[in-house]
Write a protein that binds this ligand. Structure first.
Ligand code: AQP
Length: 333
């Protein structure tokens, strides 16, 4: 579709303040695809409402997430940055894909199981069919690669199954996408319970380091991180807390695990935790500075939203119309 250029697509929900999990597993890597791929990065507000959102918070976080995309190095001249609800084709294609997605497939999704356990009073149909909307996001742009954290791999695999199923019925309908999972940072764990993923919607603020936390807060949170009764900084089975801190330190410093083990040989957890906190705060400081500048220009962000939506709609319209035609919908335009 883009003169032999491959397409990369990803999104983040404005469902809370973004965490270092979102940053290391996804956002930090997005900019590196801009040279090789035609990139679409979306603020997926329609996904966010599968869990109840306060409207004012959702609105504010939509601006903030777009500002963070740009602060993390995504140049709007090289990447299409937009908001999902501004491109109505996402919801339209999602309905069609729902009709080609099996109940059994959706029932097996771990995110659905986790979120329905966490929100037992609101197990809505949108939470269940979330992967069909995510497949629509991806397939609308005839995407080749989807950079995501490992928690989203299962959804991308379902998207591939849907695309292949539909291609069998209607040849050449969709490009079948591949997930790209970063080698390091693919699953950052909670600081309060390192057997659980760090999630922006976690109710315990000490479990999460936010991208926008100040240096003192970051250091305090790392100091309180749950570890084990051992004292040796070593990557090993059963040392979930230390393994997680080593992964975070490695992502922010570029150091390998054996190098980190040597660096903290003979030193205690206290010194290590402080170093992790400092490395994290130092790496995030320039992102935070750019973010504050970008966010203060609301008109600029809105202009960016409009431009991004126009670019995305142009591509999305073409794919949706191709799908509708192949399925037998009458075209009168
Ligand atoms: N802890 C994590 N480690 C590595 N990658 C992560 N991602 C999320 N958490 C981690 C990646 O961030 C991208 C955007 O995620 P999302 O906002 O679309 O939804 P999510 O995966 O459900 O993220 P959260 O933070 O857990 O949000 P809530 O709490 O709202 O459900 C994805 O690429 C994801 O893999």
């Amino acid at each position: 579709m883009f003169q032999n250029q491959l397409v990369s697509y990803s999104g983040i929900q404005p469902s809370g303040n973004l965490t270092i999990g979102n940053y290391l597993g996804a956002l930090k890597n997005f900019a590196s695809y801009s040279e090789k791929y035609k990139c679409f990065y979306c603020v997926v507000d329609e996904h966010a409402i599968t869990v109840r959102q306060n409207p004012a918070d959702l609105r504010r976080r939509t601006y903030e997430t777009l500002a963070l995309y740009m602060a993390a190095g995504l140049d709007p001249e090289k990447n299409t940055l937009y908001v999902q609800s501004h491109v109505h084709e996402h919801a339209e294609l999602a309905w069609i894909l729902n009709c080609f997605t099996m109940f059994g497939e959706l029932s097996r999704m771990t995110q659905f199981k986790d979120k329905s356990a966490r929100h037992a009073d609101n197990i809505n149909a949108g939470l269940f069919t979330y992967p069909a909307l995510m497949a629509a996001d991806i397939l609308l742009y005839q995407t080749d690669v989807v950079p995501v954290g490992v928690d989203q791999k299962q959804h991308v695999e379902l998207c591939r199954d849907i695309a292949m199923r539909m291609n069998q019925l209607y040849p050449d309908l969709f490009t079948v996408p591949e997930p790209i999972i970063a080698k390091s940072g693919k699953k950052i764990m909670s600081l309060a319970d390192p057997t659980k993923k760090m999630s922006k919607s976690d109710e315990n603020p000490n479990a999460i380091v936010y991208i926008l936390d100040d240096k003192d807060t970051i250091i305090r949170k790392f100091k309180r991180a749950v570890t084990d009764s051992d004292t040796v900084v070593r990557y090993a089975e059963g040392k979930d807390g230390i393994n997680n801190l080593m992964s975070i330190y490695s992502c922010f410093t570029g150091k390998e695990f054996d190098e980190i083990e040597r660096e903290f040989d003979g030193k205690g957890y206290g010194e290590f935790k402080l170093a992790v906190g400092e490395a994290c705060a130092d790496a995030l400081a320039p992102v935070q500075k750019r973010y504050n500048e970008i966010l203060s220009d609301k008109a600029g962000l809105e202009a960016q939203m409009k431009k991004g939506a126009e670019e995305a709609s142009y591509v999305a319209r073409r794919t949706l119309s191709k799908v509708q035609k192949k399925l037998g919908f009458v075209q009168v335009r």
